[in-house]
Write a protein that binds this ligand. Structure first.
Ligand code: GLP
Length: 265
């Protein structure tokens, strides 16, 4: 894993946007896996800015989101489809027909394998963007999810329901089931970019990067993947034991890539 500790949360978003932009430029028909939650919003805003002011185009891009609530139709304001429209898709030139989320409204058991087949039909995911839950979940793969899991229905933990309750009005229905890409699905992406900011994520980040590989911390499964970049702000990096080493290694990388234009340090 490459761990990059940026000066603050907005530098983390800018660095992630650089990686997204570079991957978009490199590939003829890029396929990205996208995430919801508060963390990637700053990345999406950076991408929208680059679209508006620097001509960054999403016209060739296909996207697959990690997850969707079971029972919320796409038009529901708390659905992840609605979130993606509001935070990214409505503001860039992506073809809406090329944006996919698991279908939370049909038969949830069929929806999982249909989603897997769709990802495969598109040649798999080139770059998977991830946030991380405070309990170490990725997508909605809660602790003890099988490391070999594929897209399926998961029951959310009380912790996760509590953390995400802020998006729902007090009297609003909050689903406790979600369709999520599995851990094995995520690990098949050709590269992975995990972003974490804020002290509430420090423990999860340390366990993901440095902790033992364990189903108790689903994000620790990323240790098995050969191409993962973890971008964190100083607060989220707080509990990393080898923090100095990551900074030392990143300085070396910057020296090597000094000649690369358009990089955000
Ligand atoms: C949800 C999403 C995850 C996300 C997590 C953390 O549970 N399913 O994909 O990583 O929340 O969200 P936040 O960035 O808001 O802390």
């Amino acid at each position: 894993m490459q761990v990059i500790i940026t000066a603050n949360a907005s530098a983390a978003a800018a660095h992630a946007a650089d990686i997204v932009e570079r991957t978009l430029a490199e590939l003829e028909a890029p396929v990205f896996g996208l995430a919801t939650g508060s963390t990637p919003v700053a990345l999406y805003q950076a991408l929208i800015e680059r679209h508006r002011h620097q001509g960054l185009s999403f016209a060739r891009l296909t996207t697959f989101n990690l997850d969707e609530y079971v029972g919320l139709p796409p038009g529901h304001p708390q659905s992840y489809r609605h979130f993606m429209q509001r935070e990214l898709f409505d503001h860039v030139d992506i073809d809406p027909a090329n944006t996919f989320l698991p279908d939370g409204t049909g038969d949830p058991l069929e929806a999982g394998s249909a989603y897997e087949a769709l990802i495969e039909d598109h040649g798999g995911i080139d770059l998977q963007v991830l946030g991380i839950g405070r309990n170490g979940h990725i997508g909605f793969n809660e602790p003890t999810s099988s490391l070999g899991s594929r897209t399926r229905v998961k029951t959310l933990t009380r912790d996760t329901l509590k953390a995400n309750a802020r998006f729902f009005a007090p009297d609003e229905f909050q689903p406790s089931l979600a369709l999520t890409m599995g851990i094995a699905t995520i690990l098949e992406a050709r590269s992975i970019l995990l972003i974490a900011t804020g002290e509430a994520k420090a423990e999860a980040v340390a366990r993901c990067v440095e902790g033992p590989l364990s189903a108790l911390v689903p994000a620790s499964a990323l240790q098995l993947h050969p191409k993962v970049t973890v971008i964190v702000d100083p607060a989220a990096a707080e509990r990393l034991e080898l923090r100095d080493y990551y900074e030392f290694a990143a300085a070396h990388q910057r020296q090597l890539h000094r000649a690369t234009p358009g990089e955000t340090p």
